[in-house]
Design a protein around this ligand. Structure first.
Ligand code: CA
Length: 406
């Protein structure tokens, strides 16, 4: 067994393209096309300093990964409202696990915070959101995912821009080919860095010569802190505050980009929801109220914009900031997310799941997270009732279930 496995790459190395193609059925034009496409990476890789040995090792015997194409083309029917996204990310389970990590890794977090000046709760929150503290780093070979994307023409420009950085990681030996895994889109390890981000910002914190964000927690957490530091993180400052917005001041989409000092906001009547004063009145903030006057509103500061460098979505930065606050012992948002026909509150979503489970349409503990199983259960129920089948967990569905049970 062991011998056969170690022989396979050796055979392929001796003229990879020819042999790989000759082993396939003549009708397998798609496989030929993929092999030719992969060989097309060579001139650029060579120019970037990749050796032929690294190149052949990376691509020997490679086939495209159909799951990557499927994931890249996935169009969700159900677009999650921001409140539901934040509830899902900042779940009780994640808060509990994050608090355990803060205790368990205290000496490391003391040292990383000391070196980079980035608040430990933010570093742990990002770790939790990106890979669920390293438990969900993605199982796909990164080079195969990138090659699949380039050669299928799906997100090809992005994948091509990552390829040489990915090959360099392999060449330097930071991680073995077998362990160089990530998401379908090439986000890798505990930190979910894409290869170019890795090249620029990953650090070898434990000094063993490898920047190992896949298997080494000190390297991973220091890499996150290092990335935030160069993304203009300011030590000792927060990401933002939940605020109360006075009637008559209606925040619009994009308002978070118009910066005023906290003192100016205070004079406009935008005050902290807990009634306390802003500690640093001169700091510049934008007003972020994703659901307008109906939902919670925030003044977001410089460090919110640093978190956006990690992932350019306001919902992401808000979730990371809020999870960090919860890990530090602060409570949930004071103002609830709005509820209406299309936006259910967390408790309503749990009730909906409970009622679908009672009907035998859904399994497991209700958690309020609307995933594929819940959407499917709603669809079955809608079909049963002769309703339009869109899977959307609306208030109408919840009320129908309630009525049926009473
Ligand atoms: Ca290391």
């Amino acid at each position: 067994m062991r011998i056969a496995q170690s022989l396979k790459p050796l055979i392929l190395l001796a003229g990879a393209a020819v042999l790989a193609a000759s082993m396939l059925p003549a009708s397998s034009q798609a496989a030929d096309k993929f092999t030719a496409c992969v060989q097309g990476f060579w001139p650029s890789a060579k120019a970037a300093g990749i050796t032929r040995a690294t190149f052949d090792r990376a691509f020997s015997g490679m086939t495209p990964d159909p799951e990557v194409i499927e994931a890249a083309n996935y169009q969700p029917e159900y677009v999650r409202p921001i409140g539901e996204y934040v509830d899902r990310v900042v779940s009780d389970k994640r808060i509990e696990l994050g608090k355990q990590k803060l205790v368990e890794l205290k000496p490391l977090l003391d040292a990383v915070e000391g070196r980079y000046g980035v608040d430990r709760h933010i570093v742990v929150a990002i770790w939790g959101v990106e890979s669920n503290f390293g438990t969900q780093p993605g199982e796909k070979n990164v080079i195969r995912s990138l090659a699949t994307l380039v050669c299928s023409g799906t997100k090809a420009k992005f994948a091509r821009s990552q390829m040489n950085s990915a090959l360099k990681i392999l060449q330097r030996g930071d991680v073995s080919h077998e362990l160089m895994n990530g998401s379908w889109a090439g986000a890798m390890g505990h930190t979910q860095f894409i290869p170019t981000t890795y090249s620029a910002y990953a650090v070898d914190y434990d000094g063993d010569g490898k920047r190992d964000i896949w298997g080494n927690v000190p390297d991973a957490l220091a890499s996150t802190a290092s990335y935030l530091k160069v993304s203009n993180w300011r030590a000792g400052e927060t990401w933002g505050y939940e605020v109360k917005v006075p009637k008559g001041l209606n925040p619009k989409a994009g308002s978070e980009k118009t910066l005023k000092t906290l003192g100016e906001w205070q004079r406009l009547g935008v005050v902290r929801i807990n009634g306390q004063p802003y500690p640093r009145a001169g700091d510049k903030a934008g007003l972020f109220a994703p659901d307008g006057a109906k939902g919670p509103a925030f003044l977001v500061l410089n460090n919110f914009r640093s978190i956006l460098r990690y992932n350019q979505a306001n919902s992401y930065a808000l979730s990371v900031g809020h999870l960090a606050d919860r890990l530090a012992g602060y409570g949930p948002f004071v103002q609830p997310w709005p509820t209406d026909e299309r936006h259910l509150a967390l408790e309503q979503r749990k009730e909906l799941q409970q009622r679908l489970a009672t009907k035998g349409l859904l399994e497991g503990e209700p958690d309020g997270i609307i995933g594929p199983a819940t959407l499917d259960a709603v669809k079955v129920y809608q079909r049963e009732k002769g309703l339009p089948v869109d899977g959307f967990p609306s208030l109408t569905i919840l009320e129908l279930l309630r009525k049926e049970a009473s």
